[in-house]
Design a protein around this ligand. Structure first.
Ligand code: S3P
Length: 462
């Protein structure tokens, strides 16, 4: 039994929708927005970050780079996205922050900023909310210490707050990540920019490569090679330390992780037609789209302009070097699929909403090797299993594997989100197809990544 929301919590109720039509507005890609702010702070000069997501996570990174001495100006905003103008003295002109750097709920801010701070010769403390204080940091402490920075954290160097004492002249390393993590990889590459020699990060699955693309567009050569001599899915990313970053103007593409909520809403609702504009479809971010297509979702993808192709053949249509596409989705007959651990790593943020899709798919969906979901803003395996079961779904958890039998008719109930934005949005989308009314506790957590989420949801049923 899921406990009812506590009185006074900012809960929301979502009622079943008769039909869904329209074009939900999407936030700028959260991963790219963080990186754009950090890289702008490391580059000397002035740059525009257009269409950054205006969720609380990205605001946390803006606060961190401002505390280090970059000037971060909000040029225009619309309640969902913001254009920032960042001017910076460059990495060598940044200074020790006067207070604690508040990363709020944002693991990406904490881990990426640690990589940046490792190469800056001063003392910083990174902290955040209760959820952030329960997220692992040993994974970044280990490589950044090997590079010569001093890092300390609570509970024997495992949990935030995190102290980083950076220095000039870091040592370059060749590091193999223990779990595929774009945050760890990016932290090492950001430190590698300030290291002497060649830094290499090897990973078993190519995680999102926005840092690498954005470094290239700022004049840094980042090479991608096979990660082991035996091949497999292994990838190695390499850069030489010491080069200076160029300041650039860029536009952030729409966030594919936010788009995934509407792709699933459209596929599982019996009378739906939704279109999502200019979504980032980077090959390292599009796994959820491909998994949904494998489940039978009727998704149409129209690549947007551009004439250069990357190594995968995808076209680039914007200046952050990311492929973009319009996506449209219609009501679909879904079937269960098997999702293997490398696919989980590629669709890590979309697994909760894919679990909802699986409740409406005929047959069994098994998601294998999803253990990393326990290290997110909440334990997402426990949270998604509890919430979907409360709505009547059949969900079994065996170690790190999740098995969902479908299709099941969902019946509105109270769901608990543990203050996790992706659980809140998943249960809200469930509410669009569940009979009666679905209550989402702490629904205001959606502001972490998608401030206008509930406005979009209500517009679609109109
Ligand atoms: C992110 C990487 C992923 C993802 C997170 C954003 C990034 O985390 O879950 O939401 O921007 O690099 P991990 O690197 O911990 O898997």
């Amino acid at each position: 039994m899921t406990p009812p929301p506590l009185p006074g919590e900012p809960s929301r109720s979502v009622h079943q929708a008769a039909r869904l039509r329209g074009e939900p507005r999407l936030p700028g890609d959260k991963s790219i927005s963080h990186r754009a702010l950090i890289l702008a702070a490391l580059a000397e000069g002035e740059g525009l970050v257009g269409g950054a997501g205006d969720g609380l996570d990205v605001k946390a990174t803006a606060g961190v780079v401002a505390a280090l001495g970059a000037t971060v100006e909000r040029v225009s905003e619309d309640g969902l996205n913001v254009d920032y103008r960042v001017s910076s003295p460059g990495a060598d002109g940044l200074h020790e922050p006067e207070g604690v750097l508040d990363c709020r709920n944002s693991g990406t801010s904490l881990r990426l900023c640690s990589g940046m701070l490792a190469g800056l010769p001063f003392f910083s403390v990174l902290d955040g909310d209760a959820s952030l204080r329960s997220r692992p940091v040993a994974r970044i402490i280990e490589p950044l210490r090997c590079m010569g920075a001093a890092l300390y954290a609570r509970r024997s160097d495992t949990l935030p707050p995190l102290v980083v004492i950076g220095r000039h002249g870091l040592r370059a390393i060749d590091f193999t990540t223990r779990v595929p993590s774009a945050q760890v990889k990016s932290a090492i590459l950001l430190a590698g920019l300030r290291a002497e020699g060649r830094t290499t990060v090897r990973e078993a699955v190519a995680t999102r490569d926005h840092t690498e693309r954005m470094l290239r567009s700022r004049g840094i050569e980042v090479r991608r090679e096979p990660g082991t001599s035996s091949g497999g899915g292994w990838v190695a990313w390499t850069l030489e330390g010491g080069a200076r970053l160029r300041a650039v103007d860029e536009r952030v593409p729409a966030d594919p992780s936010a788009a995934a909520f509407w792709l699933v809403a459209g596929a599982i609702h019996p009378d739906a037609e939704l279109t999502l504009r200019a979504v980032g479809v980077n090959p390292t971010r599009r796994a959820a789209i491909d998994l949904l297509a494998r489940m039978g979702a009727r998704i149409e993808e129209t690549a947007i302009g551009g004439d250069s192709a990357d190594e995968t053949g995808a076209v680039h249509a914007d200046d952050v070097g990311e492929p973009l596409a319009d996506l449209s989705v219609r009501s679909s007959e879904l079937r269960g699929i098997e999702v293997v651990p490398s696919e989980v790593a590629e669709a890590i943020d979309e697994i909760p909403i894919l679990c909802l899709a699986a409740t409406q798919a005929r047959g069994r969906t098994t998601i294998r090797g999803a253990g990393e979901l326990r290290n997110k803003e909440s334990d997402r395996i426990a949270g998604i299993a509890d919430g979907l079961r409360a709505l009547g779904a059949s969900v079994a958890v065996d170690g790190d594997d999740i098995t969902i039998e479908g299709p099941t008719k969902l019946v509105g109930a109270s769901t608990r989100t543990y203050d996790d934005h992706r659980l809140a949005m998943t249960f809200a989308v469930a509410g669009l197809i569940a009979s009666d009314s679905t209550t989402i506790d702490r629904a205001d957590s959606t502001a972490v990544s998608y401030p206008s989420f509930f406005t979009e949801l209500e517009r679609l049923r109109a």
